[in-house]
Design a binder for this molecule. Structure first.
Ligand code: ADP
Length: 328
């Protein structure tokens, strides 16, 4: 299939440089968008096609056509448009709130203390939401460029969980002014004597905080959320258990991907970027751990985070002799 005259690159020897369109000029032609090959399993593979004429002197013998799999390029295009649409939406919504409430405060002297404070709280919450978006984008950029480093050491799980509960409580106080609402909904069960894990403390706090704040925001009606930490052989498992909106099997399989949000009204009405779990998974894997989810729509979700315990000296020796890892 040769390109129509005047598209692509004119084959040398045909036509003059800068010449008018030559009828039937033989051209190399490339096309990429909207072209698919159907695979035997029924899947459509996006391809780019390049066609070039085969000549012997002035005689046209045929053409060579090359099809290139462009799935990766299409994925990158898709990610770029998701980035633009998520960032614009997540910037626009809080910015509108900041504009609206600040205008209200500036234009009305008679608002009274209660309404003025509510307006300020809305502005503060919107500023925090903008800050979270920027933090998430920076984290993703550092993860993807390989610039994010972890500093592993012995970390006490109880301390991490306590800090998360404290931060969740203070966030609620700062944004609502009606006490530690979030903290009241959290039930903590850390197994006594749980050994320390090998982790980066700050990043572990960030990971648990993300799982807990998801559990709270996707549990409408103020249902409680449990944080359970226990030992499983040479690992510690931290489970964040909610009784919220839950997820389907398909949603569970996609939640750790970038910019993935379930396409449901219960999710759309809560602010989010679809980046938190991608960051969570990346940070957990950098700490040699694993994270997974079990969920059922309408019943709730359990996110489990597994991290290696710090090696005990005697266990370390035994494994060194065996030259193998302890089975989990
Ligand atoms: P965000 O919450 O900012 O949208 P995340 O990456 O943290 O982004 O989560 C991705 C998606 O996974 C959410 O949009 C939601 O659809 C789903 N999700 C995450 N946590 C839960 C949960 N505890 N219960 C139900 N759905 C959840």
């Amino acid at each position: 299939m040769l390109a129509p005259p005047c598209s692509g690159t004119t084959v040398p020897g045909r036509g003059r440089a800068g010449a008018q369109c030559q009828p039937f000029s033989w051209s190399v032609s490339t096309t990429g968008y909207g072209l698919h090959l159907a695979r035997a399993d029924g899947q459509r593979l996006p391809v780019a096609m390049t066609a070039a004429p085969l000549r012997a002197g002035n005689e046209l013998l045929g053409a060579v056509m090359v099809f290139r799999d462009v799935s990766r390029e299409r994925e990158v295009d898709q990610l770029k448009s998701s980035l633009v649409s998520t960032v614009s939406h997540e910037l626009r919504t809080p910015l509108t709130m900041v504009q609206g409430f600040s205008e209200l405060l500036l234009s009305r002297q008679d608002l009274g203390e209660k309404r003025s404070r509510e307006a300020l709280e809305q502005i503060h919450a919107s500023a925090q939401r903008l800050g979270r978006l920027i933090d998430d984008l920076l984290s993703v950029s550092r993860i993807d460029s390989g610039k994010l480093r972890v500093d592993l050491g012995a970390v006490d799980v109880r301390g991490v969980v306590d800090e998360v509960v404290k931060v969740a409580g203070s966030q609620a106080e700062a944004t609502r002014g009606d006490g530690p609402v979030f903290a009241d909904r959290l039930v903590v069960e850390v197994a006594p004597g749980l050994p320390a894990v090998m982790a980066d403390r700050d990043k572990l706090v960030q990971v648990v905080m993300n799982l807990v704040s998801n559990a709270l925001k996707y549990s409408p009606g103020g249902a409680s959320v449990r944080i359970v930490a226990e030992r499983k052989r040479d690992h510690a498992e931290i489970s964040v258990i909610d009784q919220g909106i839950g997820m389907t099997e398909v949603e569970c399989a996609q939640v750790f991907e970038k910019f993935t949000r379930a396409d449901r009204p219960e999710v759309r009405q809560v602010s989010g970027t679809g980046l938190g779990l991608y960051i969570t998974k990346s940070l957990v894997e950098m700490q040699h751990g694993q994270v997974w989810v079990q969920s059922e729509p309408g019943k709730g979700s359990v996110f489990v985070l597994s991290l290696p315990l710090t090696p005990e000296p005697e266990r370390g020796e035994a494994f060194a002799l065996q030259g193998t890892k302890e089975p989990r």
